[in-house]
Design a protein around this ligand. Structure first.
Ligand code: SF4
Length: 62
């Protein structure tokens, strides 16, 4: 499953990067997906990070 971050919703809390630093980072004040990790949306830690993103900005899709 593909991961993306909606920058219109993200406010840069950093929660995603704190929870799963192997997949997410903060860049320019926004949560971003590290290069090569965009397809890791099935990882349970990523799913949890998406559920717990305070602005629901992490999108998991095909
Ligand atoms: S947890 Fe959500 S709001 Fe916080 S940086 Fe990540 S995507 Fe943005």
């Amino acid at each position: 499953m593909k991961i993306s971050v909606d920058r219109d919703e993200c406010y840069g809390s950093g929660d995603c990067a704190y929870r799963v630093p192997s997949v997410f980072a903060l860049a320019d004040g926004f949560g971003t997906v590290l290069p090569g990790r965009e397809g890791d949306g099935d990882d349970p830690e990523v799913r949890e990070a998406a559920e717990k993103c305070p602005s629901q900005a992490i999108l998991l899709g095909e």
